[in-house]
Write a protein that binds this ligand. Structure first.
Ligand SMILES: NC(=O)c1ccc[n+]([C@@H]2O[C@H](COP(=O)([O-])OP(=O)(O)OC[C@H]3O[C@@H](n4cnc5c(N)ncnc54)[C@H](OP(=O)(O)O)[C@@H]3O)[C@@H](O)[C@H]2O)c1
Length: 356
């Protein structure tokens, strides 16, 4: 199953809004074939693995990181292919809660195939957190916050400089990360001060992530790279209803799509309606803290760098209300990974486990 989870990652950036799925065909202890969902609309992992196994699938065990689908979507039901291949036993890490695809385990059982949910259910749920989250909650996207901080929890020095707190390995990792999200967001101050491009480099996503700036007064100007390239890469601004019309017109005239929600919750609802299922917010501190305080962050990608910035530098998590220790929110550690001299810690507010 661990290998099936590793294979699933090969679809990163290519399969959204579908889940990441990997599969292995076993005969006894021997792996006879493997497969993964490589492209949206393309064969599912089970089909790829069964195809690679050929006749060896007969009587074998299929190990898959997500329950096989039981519906006709862009491809026929995986449960049909599993039956036709003569598989004896199916082990799936986690249930598929999707209203259309679910129920694969019951279909397989009725066909006399042995089934099992788990092991590695929690790891598989974390792997597909955006997919599982959006099947449970429909009013907003899955929101991840990425911050690079100093040892003392600062995101920029006292002069507002943050390039670069983290090293090249961490920055490469962020490019890879971006490719798997539907949208990348920053606060207006970050867009103005850092002038980021917010594109995914190194891995070509199936669709470039939409770039979003939370900028209530629509202050972005033509000197900012995001506005200059808005006709090449989709760029949206979340302004407020009070944003000056003249500012909004300049942005729209340069290919920026402007939304005017009244609240952050409304902004996220509008993004979900516009087709955004997962969003990676890359700061800065003000926007990140606001999202955290309003309970709108589902995952934190926290890059910790071995540098001290001291008093007066910009705090990463300012404004979070105090909690007595006994009631303090405790997040789930999903991953710890060294990136050069930095450390990536991935934390989820909660695991999105479907009912089994
Ligand atoms: N180390 C890192 O990972 C990292 C990452 C990014 C940025 N940075 C650094 O962080 C600094 C900037 O951070 P910052 O905290 O000053 O600013 P910021 O979070 O980038 O931007 C604050 C912006 O968010 C907007 N905003 C807040 N709430 C909003 C809402 N409900 N709806 C729409 N917009 C909303 C504000 O607009 P209004 O003013 O109109 O309220 C303001 O323009 C820079 O120095 C940058 O270099 C570091």
């Amino acid at each position: 199953m661990r290998h099936a989870l590793e294979l699933a990652w090969r679809g990163w950036g290519r399969v959204s809004p579908n889940p990441l799925v990997g599969a292995v065909v076993l005969r006894g202890d021997e792996t006879v074939a493997e497969g993964w969902h490589a492209e949206f609309g393309g064969p599912h992992a089970e089909l790829a693995a069964l195809h690679a196994a050929g006749e060896k699938a007969r009587g074998a065990t299929l190990v898959v990181s997500l329950e096989p689908c039981a519906h006709h979507g862009k491809t026929p039901p995986c449960t049909d292919a599993i039956r036709a291949a003569g598989v004896r036993r199916v082990v799936a890490a986690v249930r598929d809660p999707d209203a259309e695809a679910r129920g694969g385990v019951e279909v397989l059982k009725r066909a006399g195939i042995e089934t099992q949910i788990g092991p590695l259910t929690e790891e598989a749920a974390a792997l597909n957190a955006p997919f599982l989250f959006t099947r449970q909650q429909t009013d907003r996207p899955f929101v991840a916050l990425k911050l690079a901080t100093s040892i003392d929890g600062r995101i920029a020095d006292a002069g507002g400089r943050s390039q670069w707190i983290s090293g090249p390995e961490a920055r490469d990792h962020v490019h890879w990360l971006r490719a798997g999200f539907d949208a990348i967001a920053v606060g207006g101050t970050t867009a103005l001060m850092d002038n980021p491009q917010l594109t995914a480099r190194g891995l070509t996503p199936r669709k470039p992530p939409v770039r979003i700036v939370f900028d209530r007064r629509a202050m972005l100007n033509l000197g900012v790279s995001l506005v200059q390239t808005a006709r090449e890469v989709p760029t949206w601004v979340m302004a407020s209803p009070e944003a000056p019309i003249s500012n909004v017109s300049v942005l729209e005239g340069n290919g920026v799509r402007v939304f005017r929600p009244e609240t952050l919750a409304q902004a996220f609802a509008q993004l979900r309606l516009a087709g955004i299922q997962s969003l990676l917010c890359e700061g800065g501190g003000a926007l990140g803290a606001k999202l955290l305080a309003e309970g709108l962050v589902d995952r934190l990608y926290w890059v910790q760098s071995p540098v001290w910035l001291g008093e007066g530098a910009v705090a990463a998590f300012a404004g979070i209300p105090a909690s007595p220790l006994a009631d303090a929110p405790r997040w789930v550690v999903v991953e710890r990974r060294p990136l050069g001299s930095d450390t990536l810690l991935v934390l989820d507010r909660r695991l999105c486990l479907p009912e089994s």
